[in-house]
Structures are given as structure tokens and as C-alpha cells.
Design a protein around this ligand. Structure first.
Ligand code: FAD
Ligand code: 2HG
Ligand code: ZN
Length: 477
């Protein structure tokens, strides 16, 4: 296959000139991991992967690509659940990897800020914060691979949104390279900064369609000095919500995560994940993981946990509970939750619905969706789980045992429509935290049509008039 078939002659040499040999990959064998996504939904083609080593190199490369009108797909850890970082099949779209922009430029425990480049892996940022005696609280299953650029560009949520907010809430400033190579140096570590339009917030959640995030000022928090974690079997979805309210009413600031898991999903984890065991006396249809933390060393979180669970046991909401007694038990309980996506994948084909509703409506969402989905595809297995404390449930559906995976996936749109109809009825959203990507632009058109979509299109046209940044993502064609 000829190299860079679709790139104008001379561009490759010019890119070599600004990026150097390490900064450009054209060998198709080396591109393979960048051409398919975690879910296996898409397989793209690309003439080249660019790996700039600095913001200046990236800006120079963007200028060249802009002059040549070559489309660019930004890619961080490539853990997108909606094909956001995938090039299309045309072979014309260049992939821009931020992997070499991986320095933590600064960490200030007085300002409680960290300046991290886009390619810093989320876990590395968490570890750097911890090493400085602080906390960077964003936490999600893909944190060993997902990057700071990716989590900001998707406005990722994860497990701790209930307490710390989502990625947007954890960002104070951004360095951005625009589609024409212009650089916005907005790395201000200010809590107050009302200077014109907040362009930094426009980039968060834009999924690489408006600009490239090259570095960010992130907020840090005091590190936890007391923790208590429990896995509970609960009587129903309503009981799970009632338990959340009990904790919140007692001490709102203590709840770091409150995660719901259906029995079906836990069964899959226990079946597919090596060493996974249930620390409860028997299987249940509903579980919650309660994670409490405080920066006060004298906070009696164990007392809080035991007190609330006792009340909930008496009320019949909680059926059984296991409190972690050690770091190993804490990790084992979290593993039961975090392995849900992998266990579902190992079981077979599944369709994901990353939806949110007002917290009060989560039980109704789960109950109605379960009923509607099993009526739609008899034998299919609803696997709702996720971030109950912030209203975001992954209302996923696992294929019926023995059904052909292709035949099941052919029903994907029916399945998503089925859940979305309920979500709409409950005043929710079709994309809570994973984004729109390549999978859901049609939904965006349907849900956010009229003036809202029109305003989005005008913003896109103003910042990227040639439509070169991540084409085919977020906005419908
Ligand atoms: P990528 O997948 O590489 O890219 C995501 C999007 O951002 C793409 O549109 C890409 O073009 C754009 N992009 C990437 N970097 C930049 C940049 N520097 N500038 C501009 N645009 C950029 N998500 C959650 O919110 N909560 C979860 O709990 C969660 N759990 C997950 C668990 C698993 C097992 C997996 C596989 C994924 C999970 N995700 C979750 C989804 C995913 O991890 C997040 O969307 C994450 O933010 C993506 O980061 P990334 O670096 O992999 O980005
Ligand atoms: C999680 O919360 C992720 O584990 C992935 O957002 C959800 O697999 C999913 O649907
Ligand atoms: Zn999630």
C-alpha cells in the first residue's frame, strides 16, 4: 500500500520537518491499535499518526494540515465508548496522538492545582497528586489508560461525580491549539476569572471537534484521611435510593461514591473475573457500593456507615452488608464494580445506554427499562449499573444466551430507542458521561434540534470553518 495515499505531495516532508522522525508514524502495522475502539464498534483507516512532542510542534503541524485541508482526529487513550477517537474508513483522516505530551508541568499544594499535559494518563495524575499529599478525585474504570486530554474533551464523570463533580468541575484553565494552529494559553490557576467568553468550558465536552487540548490546570483537594467502604445487598431499586438518602441526610459531604449494580451484572463479574468473590452470604438482585471518605482524620466514618446500615437493615432496605476491613478488601469490593464493563464484554454482545435522569427517578428508569427491554428482545438480559448518586445509570442490555451476536447487535438502534423513550419521559439525557462521538450524532439532532443545535453548528463553523477537526463526531452531518 502506498504511504499517505490521500495526503497532498510535500505535506509529509513538511510534517517531518516540524515533528521529526519520532513525531510521525506511517507504518500501517504501527497504526493498528489506533484504528479500532475498545468496544469493537468501529474500524477506521488513516494514512498517518502524528505524535507531536510539544505544543509548539503540534501548532506548527496543525497549521500545515489546515493549509492542506487535511482532517484530523485527536486521540488520547482511545477508551471512548462512542467511537469518538476513531478515524472513518476513508483513509483521509490523520490521527493526532497526544501521547508524547505527557509531562506534569507543575503541582502546587498551596494553590491546590496541577498543570498536566493532555497525554498524561489519569492514573499518573492521581498518583502525582497523592505523592504531594493531595487528591485529584476523578476516577473511572479506564483510568489506567484514559488521558487528561480525553477526560476533559469528553467531560468524563465516573465514580466520584456525586462529591467532586465531573471533569469540567475539576478544571480551572486550558492550553488549546485551534484548528488553524492558533494557540490559546489559558493555563490560569484562578478560582475567579470572568474575562470574556469562557473558551475553556467550550472545549470541555466538545470531543475534539473545536480545538485540541494540550494542557490543563486541574483542581486538587485535600487527601482523604478517613474512609469506609461497604458492599450492600438491597431489597430493590427504591431501597437503594432510600439508602443513598439516608447517607446524604446524615452527612452529605461524606459520600464519595454511591454505585448501583443489578444482580445480573454481578453474576457476570463473578463468572468472568478471576478471583472475584461475593463478600455476602447470598446472591441478591440489587447491590450498592457505598464509599465514604473525609479529609478529617478524626471523622468517624465507620460509625456513620454502621449506624446508617443498621437503620436501613431495620427498615428492610438493606438485606446484608460487608464492610471493608483492609485495603485489600476495599480494592476487592471496588473491583466487583469496576469489572462490570469487562465482564459484560466477555459474556458476549451488549448494547450500552449511558443515560441520566434526575436522581429521584433512577428506580423508575431501571424498572421501566428492564421491563421494556425484555419485552423487546425476549431472553435478553438487562444489566443496569453505575453512578446512582448522580443519576447516571448504564442501562445496558446483554444478548440472550445462545443468540447470534450479529443478530442481537442488528437490534442496537431499537434497543437504544427503547431506553431513550423512557429517559425522555423522565426528563433525562441520552448521553450522561461518555459523549456523543460517532455513535450518537443522530440522537443529538433528535434531542437537541432547533435553536440549540443551530447554535452548536454556528460555534463549530466559527472555530473550524473547514470542518477539519474530528469530522463526523458530535454534530449530525
Ligand atoms: P479518547 O477515547 O482517546 O478520546 C475521547 C474523545 O476525546 C474523542 O472524541 C477524541 O477525539 C477527543 N480527544 C482526546 N484527547 C483530546 C485532546 N487532547 N484534545 C481534544 N480532543 C481530544 N467514562 C466516564 O465518563 N466514566 C466512566 O466511569 C468511564 N468508565 C470507563 C470504563 C472503561 C472500561 C472504558 C473502556 C471506558 C470508560 N469510560 C468512562 C469512557 C472513557 O474512558 C472516557 O470517555 C475517557 O474520558 C476517554 O479518555 P481517552 O483519553 O481514552 O480519550
Ligand atoms: C462505568 O461506569 C463506565 O463503568 C462504563 O462508564 C459503562 O460499560 C459501560 O457501559
Ligand atoms: Zn460510568
Amino acid at each position: 500500500m502506498p504511504l499517505l495515499p490521500a495526503l497532498p505531495p510535500g505535506l509529509l516532508d513538511a510534517l517531518h520537518g516540524v515533528l521529526g522522525a519520532r513525531g510521525i508514524v506511517t507504518d500501517q502495522a504501527d497504526l493498528v491499535p489506533h484504528l479500532s475502539d475498545w468496544r469493537g464498534l468501529y474500524r477506521g483507516a488513516s494514512p498517518a499518526l502524528l505524535r507531536p512532542g510539544s505544543t509548539a510542534e503540534l501548532a506548527a503541524a496543525m497549521r500545515l494540515l489546515h493549509e492542506a485541508a487535511v482532517p484530523v482526529v485527536p486521540q488520547g487513550g482511545n477508551t471512548s465508548m462512542v467511537g469518538g477517537a476513531m478515524p472513518d474508513e476513508s483513509g483521509r483522516q490523520v490521527i493526532l496522538s497526544l501521547s508524547r505530551l505527557n509531562r506534569i508541568r507543575d503541582l502546587d499544594p498551596v494553590d491546590m492545582t496541577m498543570v498536566a499535559e493532555a497525554g498524561v494518563v489519569l492514573k499518573t495524575a492521581q498518583d502525582a497528586a497523592a505523592a504531594a499529599g493531595t487528591l485529584f478525585p476523578l476516577s473511572l474504570g479506564a483510568e489506567g489508560t484514559a488521558t487528561i486530554g480525553g477526560v476533559l474533551s469528553t467531560n468524563a464523570g465516573g465514580n466520584t461525580t456525586v462529591r467532586y463533580g465531573n471533569a469540567r468541575d475539576l478544571m480551572l484553565g486550558l492550553e488549546i491549539v485551534l484548528p488553524d494552529g492558533g494557540v490559546i494559553n489559558g493555563l490560569r490557576r484562578l478560582r475567579k476569572d470572568n474575562t470574556g467568553y469562557a473558551l475553556r468550558h467550550l472545549m470541555v465536552g466538545a470531543e475534539g471537534t473545536l480545538g485540541i487540548v494540550t494542557a490543563a490546570v486541574l483542581r486538587l483537594f485535600p487527601r482523604p484521611r478517613a474512609e469506609a467502604i461497604a458492599l450492600c445487598a438491597v431489597e430493590s431499586e427504591d431501597a437503594a435510593l432510600a439508602l443513598f438518602r439516608r447517607f446524604r441526610d446524615r452527612d452529605e459531604t461524606a459520600v464519595r461514591a454511591f454505585e448501583y449494580m443489578a444482580g445480573q451484572g454481578m453474576d457476570l463479574v463473578l463468572r468472568h473475573v478471576d478471583g472475584a468473590t461475593l463478600p455476602l452470604s447470598e446472591r441478591a438482585d440489587h447491590y450498592v457500593l457505598v464509599d465514604l471518605s473525609s479529609s478529617r482524620p478524626d471523622a468517624d466514618l465507620r460509625g456513620l456507615m454502621e449506624g446508617v446500615l443498621e437503620e436501613a437493615l431495620e427498615a428492610g432496605e438493606v438485606l446484608d452488608a460487608a464492610l471493608a476491613e483492609s485495603e485489600a478488601q476495599r480494592a476487592a469490593i471496588w473491583r466487583l464494580r469496576e469489572e462490570h464493563p469487562e465482564a459484560q464484554k466477555r459474556e458476549g454482545a451488549s448494547v450500552k445506554n449511558d443515560v441520566s435522569v434526575p436522581v429521584s427517578k433512577v428506580p423508575e428508569l431501571i424498572r421501566r427499562s428492564n421491563a421494556a427491554l425484555t419485552a423487546l428482545i425476549p431472553g435478553a438480559r438487562p444489566v443496569p449499573f453505575g453512578h446512582m448518586g448522580d443519576g447516571n445509570i448504564h442501562m445496558n442490555l446483554e444478548q440472550p444466551e445462545g443468540m447470534d451476536a450479529g443478530a442481537f447487535l442488528a437490534r442496537s438502534h431499537d434497543i437504544m430507542d427503547c431506553v431513550n423513550a423512557i429517559v425522555r419521559d423522565l426528563d433525562g439525557s441520552f448521553s450522561a458521561e461518555h459523549g456523543v462521538g460517532r455513535l450518537k450524532p443522530d440522537m443529538l439532532a433528535e434531542w437537541r434540534g432547533g435553536a440549540e443545535l443551530d447554535a452548536m453548528r454556528r460555534i463549530k463553523a466559527a472555530l473550524d470553518p473547514l470542518g477539519l477537526l474530528n469530522p463526523g463526531k458530535v454534530l449530525p452531518a
